[in-house]
Design a protein around this ligand. Structure first.
Ligand SMILES: [Zn+2]
Length: 87
């Protein structure tokens, strides 16, 4: 295996890693995973950082009225301060 092969292989590995990481973070932030997977393919190493910097989708998250931490909209109690949402 020549040095070019090693370079190519590490390139492929980093692209695959960035796609997997971008999809994983996008799922976590409730962002479209397929779009971020594509972004990870087109912009390796950049896309995972970008999606990581993005705030969670406000369609699914809101601030806890008590501690101001993010909580899922369908959650009945805050995962941070464990207080129940007041209607
Ligand atoms: Zn809270």
């Amino acid at each position: 295996m020549g040095s070019y092969d090693v370079l190519f292989l590490s390139g492929v590995v980093s692209v695959v890693l960035s796609v997997v990481t971008a999809v994983d973070i996008a799922r976590d932030r409730r962002r479209p995973a397929w779009a971020w997977g594509l972004a990870g393919l087109l912009a390796p190493l950049v896309a995972p950082v970008l999606v990581w910097l993005m705030p969670p989708n406000p369609r699914y998250y809101e601030d806890c009225p008590h501690c101001r931490m993010l909580m899922h909209k369908s959650a009945s109690a805050c995962p941070h301060c464990t207080r129940e949402r007041s209607a």
